[in-house]
Design a protein around this ligand. Structure first.
Ligand SMILES: NC(=O)c1ccc[n+]([C@@H]2O[C@H](COP(=O)([O-])OP(=O)(O)OC[C@H]3O[C@@H](n4cnc5c(N)ncnc54)[C@H](OP(=O)(O)O)[C@@H]3O)[C@@H](O)[C@H]2O)c1
Length: 259
């Protein structure tokens, strides 16, 4: 590990991602602030640099395969990534036909694609955190979708369930489909964490899904019960696990929670 371990945080321009990125920088990491709003990220990096912290912007739209490929290419010749926090996410209440697709694309397909290209760039012993939600607990899903999620493991299976769900959502357009899309995206993301933990175990990489709780961000709204700092702490716990720590789990505040 170099003097400044390298951390990459997606969705780092605001909300939980921004707070996690700053905390990692304060903890001595060189942080790549990844997101789709270049000027916001550059401003945020400059703010951290002005406090003698190491941060740089990285253009990345997790919903765009070309953007993911370009970001990975820009990192390929650099140092390995010690901490990867896949935090970017959407919780859309839109009721238009494409809403479920957009939710699954950002919250699940993006992390699958990003992990696939970044896995070879992860350091031995790296920490990977998938920012999930207790809304993705299996018990919150209708029985048929719950069974589908439980059966899925490989990337292809996870993507196939997502495709079937989106097709059904676009066909039926029932009330509450936006919330169900979010639940499905996070339930499938949890499955991804379990699979990645097994796949990356030979490199001593710890992979966990983390729920930050209900947090007062743009997504959580002003009525949420937790401050951004409290939510960020839940995520940071999984970035700081010591060697041999838990992997393939689902946690809030360092406590295992049910799938
Ligand atoms: N807040 C809560 O109560 C809560 C609870 C449970 C889980 N979570 C999870 O925590 C994570 C962070 O949420 P938050 O509360 O901080 O939400 P937020 O304030 O709405 O921030 C979401 C972040 O994700 C980024 N993002 C969205 N789509 C993206 C894309 N295609 N490519 C790159 N970045 C993208 C946003 O960037 P733009 O500015 O470009 O949109 C923003 O930086 C999410 O995964 C969310 O599901 C939140």
């Amino acid at each position: 590990m170099s003097a400044f371990p390298l951390a990459l945080v997606t969705g780092a321009n605001r909300g939980l991602g921004r707070a996690v990125a700053e905390a990692l920088a304060r903890d001595g990491h060189r942080v790549l602030l990844a997101g789709r709003k270049g000027p916001d990220l550059a401003r945020e990096a400059a703010r951290l640099n002005a406090a003698s912290l190491h941060a740089a912007p990285l253009t990345l739209d997790v919903g765009d395969p070309a953007s993911i490929a370009a970001a990975a290419a820009s990192l390929a010749s650099g140092p390995p990534i010690d901490v990867l926090v896949q935090n970017a996410g959407v919780y859309s209440q839109d009721s238009d036909r494409g809403a479920a697709r957009r939710t699954l694309l950002t919250n699940l397909v993006g992390p699958i694609r990003l992990t696939a290209v970044l896995a070879p760039l992860l350091a031995e012993g790296a920490r990977v955190v998938l920012v999930s939600s207790c809304m993705g607990e299996l018990s919150c899903l209708p029985a048929t979708w719950r069974r589908e999620v439980e059966r899925a493991s490989s990337d292809a299976e996870l993507l196939a369930v997502a495709d079937r769900f989106v097709a059904a959502a676009e066909e039926q357009r029932e009330d509450g489909v936006a919330t169900l899309a979010y639940r499905m995206s996070k339930a499938l993301l949890n499955r991804l964490a379990r699979r990645l933990a097994v796949e990356l175990a030979p490199s001593a990489i710890l992979v966990n899904a983390v729920c930050p709780g209900w947090v007062r961000t743009d997504m959580g709204g002003p009525g949420a019960t937790r401050s951004i700092e409290e939510g960020a702490r839940s995520i940071l716990w999984a970035t700081a696990l010591t060697a041999g720590g838990p992997t393939g789990g689902f946690f809030r505040d360092g406590q295992a929670i049910g799938w």
